[in-house]
Every structure is written in structure tokens, then in C-alpha cells.
Design a protein around this ligand. Sequence first.
Ligand SMILES: [Zn+2]
Length: 270
Amino acid sequence: MPELPEVETTRRGLEPHILGKRVKHVILRRDSLRWPIPFEIVEKLPGQRITGIERRAKYLLMHTGAGSALWHLGMSGSMRVLAANAPAGKHDHVDIVLAGKRVIRFTDPRRFGCLLWQPTGEVHALLQKLGPEPLSAAFTGEYLFQRSRGKRVAVKSFLMDQAVVVGVGNIYAAESLFRAGISPLREAGSISKARYEKLALAAKQILAYAIERGGTTLRDFINPDSEPGYFEQELDVYGREGLHCKQCGRPLRDSRLNNRAGAWCGHCQT
Ligand SMILES: [Zn+2]
């Protein structure tokens, strides 16, 4: 599943190829993805120039003077810039055809992704209740500490709550908690400010490293034969249930939270 680093890498990969380009027309090979694709995509985008591509949480916003196309890659989505005559496959659901014989192609085998419309001057409902970006100055240990007071929820669930901070999914929550030495099961409200400072720093470092690595290892965004978007992570705990802790050598435990797997070390994380 594309996580925040893959979405940011996608944004960076697309930007130089689409910025300032004019949309000629839009080809929809189905009328809905996770949700119906609104008519504005077909009626308002053509003729517009792409003025920017922005990431908010795991959403991508493609801005134009008429409004913004709002994308989410869902479980299996990816976006590439290809030659306009590149044959479309079974899972290539949307083409944004650009002047200059290029096309932005959205591919999504499982169709949990979405393509929606945000009118100019408005913030889409999906973006309204999101917490701060993890790599922004607003996301700090002090913020997590204040926000968690009185909360009895497990700290891992707290960290994965998009209203608290965006884009920290199961992988990055597990990895950040391991690096900070905090048990994922500990009550969010019982953790000290000093420990939250470690946690915020760990999350920032791990995400920034993944983005940097994605930028250097990702197959390029204009090669039709590549599978863009996802890259191997160097993970300490996620997906390593029962294997040895890289720090102490003891077997990692598996504690499910909200029905999602979660490896952690009962010795290194308290
Ligand atoms: Zn350990």
C-alpha cells in the first residue's frame, strides 16, 4: 500500500513532467473508482494549465485555475507520465491527456483509490479534519504530549489517528515506536513529554529517510515498463513478528491493535 513516502515520491516524480502543461482532454475508462468520478474532471480540466501538484496527507492535489483534481492512490494505485499513444492496460482507469503528446495515467488494480474535485477557494471535506503533517514544524513532542492528555487509547492507535497527525500508517507507527523505545500498547495519556519528543523525532527521521530513499531508488515515472511508486523499506519491526529484535536479539512479539498486525519488542519497548 502506498504510504506517505511513496505519495510524496510520486508527487516529486510527476512535478517536473506536468507543471505548466495544458490539459487537452480526459479519458475515463470507468465512471467510478472508490467513489464516482465527478463531472468536473471531464468538463472543467480540459483547457486548463496545471499550476501545481501538492501533497496533503496521502492525497495529491493537481491545481489548475478552474479547481483541483484530488487523487488518492488507495491500496494499489500509481500515477505515471507516459507517451499519449502508450496502450492502456486493464487497470489503467484514467488518462489526463496533456498538450505535447504526454498523458498522466492513473493505474489501480484494486480500485480503492479516488479522483475527486476541489473547487477553487474550497477545502474538500476529506481534507478538513486532518492533523498536521509529520514533517512540519507543527508536529512536535510537545504537541503529541498536549494532544494525548486524558487519552486512554493505545499510543500506536493514537499515532495512527489522522486527526492527530497525518500519514503515519501501521508501518511507520510501528517503526517510530520501536526507535523511540515505547510499547505500542501503552496508554497515550500516560507517556511523558520527553518520550513524546523522542517519538516525534523518530517519526520525522524515518519518514524523511524513506522519502529521500524513494527519490533515489524509485524507477522513473516516465517509463511504461516500470512499476512506479513503491520501494523496499528497511524495517526494524514491521512484518518481522517472531523474528529476532535487531537491538536485543529476543523474538519480536505480535500484538494486534484494531485487527492489524503489529510486531514489537517486549524488551526494548516499554
Ligand atoms: Zn529488543
